[in-house]
Write a protein that binds this ligand. Structure first.
Ligand code: SAM
Length: 285
């Protein structure tokens, strides 16, 4: 059987494709990584898979074989033509030529659930790295009815996404990911496994969407606003960061709140657990 490298080169030559850097086009060419992505996605025959950025269709080919339906969202019209030609014999593929950040995923999922016997919905993607964070935030914050998300992202970002809140490398997004999902590393992927090579090492991660959040908070939005403000000034103490951003009316209120939930007034954002942030939000309300 032809290797993915040969297949990719063939398709690129046939269609005279040069990867578009500004669209984050780094095509995956390693068979074992493709297998790992497909295996860890754990696709069942009644699943709907939404693939973001299918490109030349490297992952799509396997997703189509395993699932009830694949919906591909791809911005580059050149790729759309290739996908249509390559998969014209499949009747379970829908292609949406649109910026994923503008697609109404909620209504697509609602439509699919109403019209077919879809059991679970899974996201699979080798993401365009220039918009990794907004895509992940969209997938989680829109509370889509998803079972899991398997994505390739930059290693550095992957580590932050699946860190445990309170870890040194945690950022505001760590808390969002942790609130909505349970993250795990699938595998690290060297630059050489793509054409063209990206500038950074990559990593495949899996986020299993939680049925219930791990903590209770009265106002979710307020909690995430506090987390965002706390990490925007992460070198400052939490007290100063939240006072400067008017989360606390003044320092006295801040000290009182921190004391009442057992936090030192010199603590920094990265030391807090998700429960600590929920406690602050619940006190402010
Ligand atoms: N899935 C292919 C693979 O693994 O070889 C290609 C992955 S490549 C890293 C990212 C893909 O996302 C490209 O095909 C690119 O055109 C597409 N893309 C870039 N920006 C996009 C956007 N805003 N919405 C949807 N697709 C986008």
């Amino acid at each position: 059987m032809e290797s993915i490298l040969e297949e990719t080169k063939f398709i690129m030559k046939k269609h005279n494709i040069r990867a578009n850097k500004s669209l984050g086009q780094n095509f995956l060419i390693n068979d074992s990584v493709v297998n790992q992505i497909i295996d860890s996605s754990d696709i069942k025959e009644n699943d709907l898979v939404i693939e973001i950025g299918p490109g030349l269709g490297t992952l799509t080919k396997y997703l189509l074989e395993k699932s009830r339906k694949v919906i591909c969202i791809e911005l580059d019209t050149k790729m759309i033509k290739i996908l249509e030609e390559r998969f014209k014999l499949y009747d379970n593929l829908e292609i949406i030529n649109e910026d994923v950040l503008k697609v109404n995923l909620q209504s697509i999922i609602k439509r699919e659930k109403e019209n077919s016997n879809i059991e679970n919905i899974k996201i699979v993607a080798n993401l365009p790295y220039y918009i990794t964070t907004p895509i992940i935030m969209k997938l989680l914050e829109e509370k889509l009815d998803l079972e899991s998300i398997v994505v390739m992202v930059q290693k550095e970002v992957a580590d932050r996404l699946i860190a445990i809140p309170g870890d040194k490398i945690a950022g505001a997004i760590t808390y969002t990911v942790y609130y909505y999902s349970i993250g795990e590393k699938v595998e690290e992927v060297p630059k050489e496994y793509f054409i063209p090579e990206p500038e950074v090492t990559s990593e495949v991660i899996k986020l299993k969407i939680r049925k219930e959040p791990p903590i209770k908070v009265k106002d979710e939005e307020l909690m995430f606003k506090i987390i965002k403000n706390a990490f925007m000034q992460r070198r400052k103490t939490l007290l100063n960061a939240l006072n400067n951003s008017n989360v606390f009316k003044d320092k006295y209120e801040g000290i009182e709140i921190l004391n009442s939930i057992g936090l030192d007034q010199n603590i920094r954002a990265e030391k807090l657990t998700l429960q600590d942030f929920a406690n602050i939000a619940n006190k402010i309300l």
